[in-house]
Design a protein around this ligand. Structure first.
Ligand code: 13P
Ligand code: SF4
Length: 319
C-alpha cells in the first residue's frame, strides 16, 4: 500500500541520517526482513546476526528480534548504540533461567564446564564458560567432550538433550523450553508425513525429542533454509517459527513448504507457530525508535566485559 511505502521510505531516510543498519532475525515480520536486506543490513540466524553486528562499521545497530539478540550486539559492540523496536521482546528460555538460580546451579556443580545457549541474559552469559547458538552447539560440545569436560547446559532442555544424544557428552541439563517450538506435536506430524510421503522434514532443535526424531535435517534457522535450497525434494515439512517461510520462498520459489502442526488431529496448523516476542517487531515501532531513540539496550560495562569472554570463545571457535 501507499501508506506502507511511505513508512518504509521514512525509515530508510532515518537509517541513513543516523548511520544505522538493521539486523533482523528470520522470525520477524517479512516487511522488516525485506527492508533490512534492501538497506544493507542483514537477515539471519542468531550467530550470523552477532557476527554481522561485530563486523559492521555503522554507529547504530537496530536489532529486530528478541532482547538477547540486542544484548549480544551491545556486549560485542559497547561503543555502538543498539536500538530495538520494543525492548519488551523477551524469550521464554531467557525468562526461565534467572541469573541467581542459575548461579546456584553452577555453584553446586563446580567440576562442570558451563555452556549456555545464546537465548539468555547478559548475567547468565557472564557466569558461563561458553555461549553457543543452535548452529554451533554440536561442534562445541563435541569438542568439550573430547577434551574430557563434563558440561552443565542451560537453558533449553530439548536442544540440550539433542546435543547430548548426538555427542555422547556427559551433560547436566537446566529445565527450560521454548514455548513456540514446544507446541509441535509428534502424533500430528506423523499424520502430516503420511499425507506427504515425499516431503523432507526440517526441525529446529528447540523442538521436543519425538519431533526431532522424525527429522531429516535438524538445524538452526540458517541451516534449515539451506536445506530447502540444496535438497532435491519438492516438498518440505517445517517445524519452526513461520517467519522463516519468507526467506525459504524467496530462495526456493518452486518448492512447497508445509508448516508442521502445532495441534489438531493431523491437520497442518491453522494458526502457525509464531513467537509472540518476535511479533513485537514491526515497521511502525521501528520508525518510532528511530525518531525517539528510546528502547536502547544498555549494559553495565563490567558485566558486558565478563559476558564477552564466552561469546568471543564461540566466535573464535567457528573460525
Ligand atoms: P537460530 O539461532 O536458529 O536463529 O535460533 C534462534 C531462536 O531463538 C530460535 O527460536
Ligand atoms: Fe525464544 Fe522460542 Fe521465541 Fe526463539 S522462538 S525467541 S527460543 S521464545
Amino acid at each position: 500500500t501507499l501508506e506502507k511505502a511511505q513508512l518504509t521510505d521514512r525509515i530508510k531516510a532515518l537509517l541513513k541520517a543516523q548511520d544505522a543498519v538493521l539486523v533482523a532475525h528470520y522470525y520477524t515480520d517479512a516487511d522488516l526482513q525485506a527492508l533490512a536486506e534492501e538497506t544493507g543490513g542483514c537477515v539471519s540466524d542468531s550467530l550470523e546476526m552477532a557476527r554481522f553486528g561485530a563486523a559492521s562499521s555503522a554507529r547504530t545497530l537496530v536489532v529486530c528480534g528478541v532482547r538477547f539478540m540486542g544484548e549480544t550486539a551491545k556486549i560485542l559492540n559497547p561503543e555502538k548504540r543498539i536500538l530495538m523496536p520494543d525492548l519488551r521482546a523477551t524469550c521464554s528460555l531467557d525468562e526461565g533461567c534467572p541469573a541467581d538460580a542459575f548461579g546456584a546451579f553452577c555453584d553446586a556443580h563446580p567440576d562442570h564446564t558451563v555452556v549456555v545457549y545464546a537465548n539468555t541474559s547478559a548475567e547468565v552469559k557472564a557466569r558461563s564458560d561458553w555461549v553457543v547458538t543452535s548452529s554451533i552447539a554440536l561442534p562445541i560440545v563435541a569438542y568439550l567432550a573430547e577434551q574430557g569436560h563434563k558440561v552443565l547446559w542451560a537453558p533449553d532442555k530439548h536442544l540440550g538433550h539433542y546435543v547430548q544424544r548426538m555427542t555422547g557428552a556427559d551433560m547436566l541439563l537446566w529445565d527450560g523450553a521454548c514455548v513456540v517450538h514446544e507446541e509441535f506435536k509428534s502424533f500430528a506430524l506423523e499424520r502430516v508425513r503420511k499425507l506427504h510421503p515425499e516431503a523432507a522434514v526440517l526441525v529446529h532443535p528447540e523442538s521436543p525429542d519425538d519431533v526431532v526424531d522424525q527429522a531429516d535435517v535438524v538445524g538452526s534457522t540458517t541451516q534449515l533454509i539451506k536445506a530447502v535450497v540444496e535438497m532435491p525434494n519438492r516438498e518440505f515439512i517445517v517445524a519452526t517459527d513461520a517467519g522463516i517461510f519468507w526467506k525459504m520462498h524467496q530462495l526456493a520459489p518452486g518448492k512447497t513448504l508445509i508448516p508442521a502442526p502445532t495441534a489438531g488431529e493431523g491437520a497442518t496448523c491453522e494458526s502457525c507457530a509464531h513467537c509472540p516476542w518476535m511479533a513485537m517487531n514491526a515497521l511502525q515501532n521501528l520508525e518510532q525508535v528511530l525518531l525517539k531513540g528510546d528502547q536502547e539496550i544498555l549494559i553495565d560495562p563490567a558485566l558486558g566485559r565478563r559476558a564477552l569472554v564466552p561469546i568471543r570463545r564461540m566466535l573464535d571457535f567457528a573460525h
